[in-house]
Each structure stands twice: as structure tokens, then as C-alpha cells.
Design a protein around this ligand. Sequence first.
Ligand code: NAD
Length: 454
Amino acid sequence: MTAFEVINPATEEVLQVVDLLDEAAVDDAVEKAKVAQREWARQAPADRAAALRSFAAVVDAHVDELAALEVANSGHPISSAEWEAGHVRDVLNFYAAAPERLSGKQIPVAGGLDVTFNEPLGVIGIITPWNFPMTIAAWGFAPALAAGNAVVLKPAEWTPLTTLRLKELAVEAGLPADLFQVLPGKGSVVGERFVTHPDVRKVVFTGSTAVGKQVMAKAAAHVKRVTLELGGKSANIVFDDCDLERAAATAPYGVFDNAGQDCCARSRILVQRNVYDRFMELFEPAVKGVVVGDPRAKDTEMGPLVSKPHWEKVKSYVPDDAPVAFRGSAPTGAGYWFPPTVLTPSRTDRAVREEIFGPVVTVLPFEDEADAIALANDTPYGLSGSIWTDNLSRALRVSRAIESGNLSVNSHSSVRYHTPFGGFKQSGLGRELGPDAPLSFTETKNVFIAVQEA
Ligand code: NAD
């Protein structure tokens, strides 16, 4: 077993040392999870529903504690962290309704009765990234548990603390200890073992597209089910017929939320050429107005980047000769601070094509609707995006033409727990959230019962 120092990204102080588990520990956890799953699946649906509601209630009672822990571990502004902890509660409450609603079907057939059952898969392995540790964990474990499965979950090395706490809260709420296990460890050890272990029947992976491809390739050896939530390079398209003041005032929050460490970040702003100069005039004070600072302060809108290695990666996209249009401010001194940064590069620049995952946005002009659509789709990704226009027909035409899983018109909203979320193209496979998520943790079993002639 090795240990990992978890660091506060706003102060660079060591918060806690977490033991990283090895492969044998994963195998042991999966054995225990298999036993717990069989007992869980045998429980009455109403009892499983009640257990999930209790879990939600205990999370609700600890929202402040979980939020403070996320602020310290991930550098999220306190207002965001409070929303994230409350979101975990809401996701649990939403899926607490599922055990009593996974009703299968009765299908008319000749000679008998045909019914389908939504059988749980068994043990589910969930691998989460560091950018939204609590919320992304809940998107997996809540519907998986609701559908009658056990869960083993590996948080990202940099940000395990809130997920470890959620596991304790589950036990406090009365869930069996082995039903939902959090296993901190390296991706190449614990994560990889989830993928190769024959008794982990599905892997839900959220992270980079590069690692997601490896997960999918290795899962194929077992015909293992996968859900993949991967990278993004989403467009924020600003047409000349929109409310330009609102588009410019909100654009920073479409990309700099969570310091740009957001798979849905609208990191390419595309502006119709005839309003480009006016947009930039309005955008500059909006960017400079983003409040970057101590994540514990109520009015802070953006905290630090998560770690020093990640800071270095983001910095590589803003070399000394980068085409910087303007920048916001950021604290100096300890902490991995990076100011909101606006670039105006060429269409083929690396900053336009690659996911930066930091507070760096590129702005490009476009000519007309066809050019905007072509530019927005000119990426291997397809996760999110925004369309600003007051023309309803255009909003619908462009929404249908953009190859992306989650679009918003005249806003930057992407995630609601009751609507589906996921990516087109190399942004992923499958959907999380929404009413159908529990079904993705089940197999459909068809049973025909012959009726004898009287
Ligand atoms: P990452 O791919 O480096 O790591 C993600 C997780 O996978 C971590 O827990 C890591 O330990 C684990 N891992 C690493 N190697 C592994 C392996 N060989 N086998 C199994 N697991 C392994 O990603 P990250 O840097 O933590 O997260 C940032 C990325 O996540 C960005 O690309 C972002 O767009 C993406 N993301 C996507 C969504 C979405 O919903 N589409 C949401 C959040 C983040």
C-alpha cells in the first residue's frame, strides 16, 4: 500500500494522507460487494427506496461539512460546493423513486404470458475524475444502487475526500457497509482492476478521452458494459440577432465556472463577424469582473486550479507570444492561481482544438449560420454548447445541426439531474441522469410462461 498527500490547491498545504489500495484490496472489496448485492437485490423495492431516502437525508444534514471539505480539497468556491453537496442529496432523492418504478413490461404473445424483468447487473465499478468529485460520483452510484446493484467507486487521486465521506454517510444512513465501497487508488491499479475484474459487470468512467479509450478497449475482453463521460471542447455561438449584452455578460460563466475545469466549458466562443468588435467590448469588463480568490469567501466566483501539474498543463496553452486579448485577475503567492484568459488565435491553433480544462477561452469570428455550424462541429468532441439568438427557427435549426449531447439556447445550463446528460462522438458513450439512468444498470430478462389449454 502506498500513500498519497492530498493538497489544498488554494494554500498548497497538505490536508490529509490517503492510503492507495492495491489490486488484492480491490478483489477483496468485490467479493464482499457480491454478497452485499445479492442481499440488497432481495430486499423489497420499498425498503431499498427508503434506504436511499435515508442516505439523502443524511447527506442533507451534512451539506455544510461536505461543502467545506470540497472547498479545501478541490478549491471550489463555497457557493458552488454547497450546490454540489445539495445536488448529491437531490440525485439520491430522485433515484430513490426508481426501485418501485422498474416495472418491466408485459408483452402480448400467443399461447401464454410474456413479461420482462429489469435485473440488476451485479457489482458496478465507478471511476471518477477530480473536477466534480461528489456530483459525478452520485450520478453513478445513486441510479446503480437504485437498480439493485452494489458499487465500488474509485475517486481521483487528487480529490478523494468528499467521496470517502459520502461512503461514511451511507453507512450512517443504514446502507450495508459492503454495498457501496470507496476505494482510493491509482487509475493504473484500482481503476484498471475494475476494468479487468470479471465480477465487475459494468464500468462507469468519467475522465479524459485518452483513458476512456483504454477503458473501453480493455472492457471488450469481458464484453463488459461501459458508460463513458469524456472530454469536451464546446462552442458558445453568438449570432448577431441575440441579446448581445446578456451573451457577453454571461459568457465568462459559461467557461470559467470551476476555473474552466468543466467538461461542459464553452471554451470556444464563436461570434458573428458583424457584431464581433461590439461583443469583445462588452466581454472585456465581464471577464475582468469575475471574482477570483479565496474559495471560502461567499462572493468568490472562481478558485485556483486543482494542482501544480494541472496548472503547468494549462499554462502551456498561454506561452509568452500567445494572442492574449485581455485577462482577468488572480491572487499571487501560494496556490495554483490562473487568471481568466481570452485568446484570439487562428482557427487551427492548438488552443482552439484541444481541451485545455482551465480558465482559457478562444474567441473566433464566423460569417453566417453554415460557417458557425461547421466551426462548432469541427472537433472530435460533442458534449455541450450554447446558442445565442432571438430567432426561434434559427435556434432549432442550429440545435439540430450541432453534434453534441447537451445544448442550451440563450443560457449556459447543461446539467439537471432529471434530464439526460452525455456526449456525442469522442465525448462519450451512453447517458447519465434523467429518468432512464437506472435502466443502464440493468439487463432486460424476457420470460415466457406457457398457458395450458383447458
Ligand atoms: P483522467 O482520465 O486522467 O482520470 C479519470 C479517472 O480515471 C481518475 O480517477 C484516474 O485515476 C482514473 N484512471 C487513470 N488511468 C486509468 C486506467 N488506466 N484505468 C482506469 N482508470 C484510470 O481524467 P481527469 O484528469 O481526472 O479528469 C479530467 C477529464 O475528465 C477531462 O477530459 C474532462 O473533460 C473529463 N470529464 C468529463 C465529464 C463528462 O461528464 N463528460 C465530466 C467531468 C470530467
